[in-house]
Each structure stands twice: as C-alpha cells, then as structure tokens.
Design a protein around this ligand. Structure first.
Ligand SMILES: [Mg+2]
Length: 230
C-alpha cells in the first residue's frame, strides 16, 4: 500500500452550538415566569437563576426547581399542571430563535454540514428542543441534565467528543469540532481539550456600537475553516 493510500482523509468538521444566548434570541425568561407567578420580580429572578445550576445539572426535579422559584414569589404549592405551565413558558421563551442564527442553521443544513448542540439545560428542555422544527438538521444534542455534568466541566466535553467520534467512525478529533458559546469559561474549557472554540457575544445583550455580532463571527470563522454557508 502506498503512503498516500494510508493517509486518512481530513475529517469533515462538526459545528457545535451552545443554545442559550447563541441560538436563542434572548437570555431572560424571568418576565415570562413572573407573569405566571406574580410576587416580587427580583426575588423570582434570583431564585430562577440561583436554582438553575442544580436543575441544569440534573440534580433537582422540575417539581423541586419550579417549587423553589414559586416560593420566591410567595406561592407555596404548585400543582403538576402548574409545574408544566412554568416549564412550557420557559421552553417557549428560549425556543424563540434569533432570526440570524436560524438563517445560519438553514445555510449549514443546506450544505449538509454536521451540527450538534451542547447545552447546559434541564432534561425537560432537552425533550422540548428535540421536538423543534429546526432540530432535524442536527445530528445530536448533548444536554447537561441528561449527562449529569455541566459546562465548563471537562466531562461534558468528553461526552461530546465521544459521541461525535462514534458518529464519525470512531475517530476522535477535537480540532475538527468548531464550537460557539456565549460564556468565556465554556470556550476556555473547550479549547483546553483542543476543540476549535469561539466566543459568541450573547444574543439579546447590549453590545458596544460596531461590535461584531455572534452570527457574523461564526460565519467568518466557518468561512476561514472552509465550511460552506452560502
Ligand atoms: Mg449560553
């Protein structure tokens, strides 16, 4: 066998997106949740974010999570239907995609680019996101609560690399994974494993005038890597 034949073809890159703040249009479900629960909006917001880490890590159930948020609003008891209603409102808020992000997903899908999701999110959100119309363009989603590990822990990136290696014939190649996230610590952690990771300035946040939006950073990086988006 000639040397040439033994050489492996370069692996087609996989584009991996964070969800909140990257694909979602916004990053503040508190007004929608407060509209359902009433009480003090500040207290609701504080409980929603303070308790979110454990919820996204799969350490608390929907009843425990939403129960804690509701208590902050002065609501002592939630029915199963009310828990569902709060979860649905949160899912609906986050599932509103940024139009420019959606356009990028369409362009990548049209060019048959492999895509995956890597999100710190509850199992309930994982279930909802897999039902979204655009998700059929994705190969897979790694959802923190399902894996019991959250970004920026090393373990969740290992899960991502392992499942992608499985999808791509057992070859594990972090440098062929192009990853976008709106949290610097998540980008740093990915880079420490050799992943080609980039910061996407959070959608919905105010940015300095002239700052490059996340989607155009992504389009530029993808063009530089030879990933077609036309
Ligand atoms: Mg995010």
């Amino acid at each position: 066998m000639s040397k040439k034949n033994r050489r492996r073809a370069p692996q087609r890159p996989t584009v991996v997106f964070d969800f909140g703040g990257v694909l979602s249009a916004g990053h503040d479900p508190v007004p929608d949740i407060h509209a359902l629960l009433g009480g003090d909006a500040g207290a609701v917001g504080e409980a929603l974010w303070t308790e979110r880490g454990d919820y996204d890590a799969g350490r608390t159930s929907p009843a425990e999570y939403w129960g804690a948020v509701a208590r902050a609003a002065g609501v002592e008891e939630l029915s199963a239907a009310e828990i569902d209603e709060l979860q649905d409102a949160d899912n609906r808020y986050f599932l509103r995609l940024e139009p420019d992000s959606r356009a990028l997903l369409h362009d990548l899908a049209r060019n048959d680019v492999r895509m995956a999701l890597l999100s710190n999110a509850s199992a309930a959100f994982g279930e909802a996101v897999r039902k979204a119309d655009w998700f059929e363009a994705f190969t897979l989603a790694v959802i923190s609560a399902e894996e019991r590990t959250v970004k920026p822990e090393r373990e969740i990136y290992e899960v991502l690399l392992d499942v992608l290696a499985h999808e791509t014939g057992g070859v594990r190649l972090p440098s062929a994974v192009i990853f976008f996230d709106d949290r610097a610590e998540n980008v740093e952690a990915a880079r420490s494993l050799g992943i080609d990771a980039h910061l996407w300035p959070r959608n919905g946040d105010p940015h300095p005038e002239g700052a490059e939006p996340g989607v155009s950073i992504a389009r530029r990086v993808l063009a530089e890597r030879g990933v077609p988006t036309d």
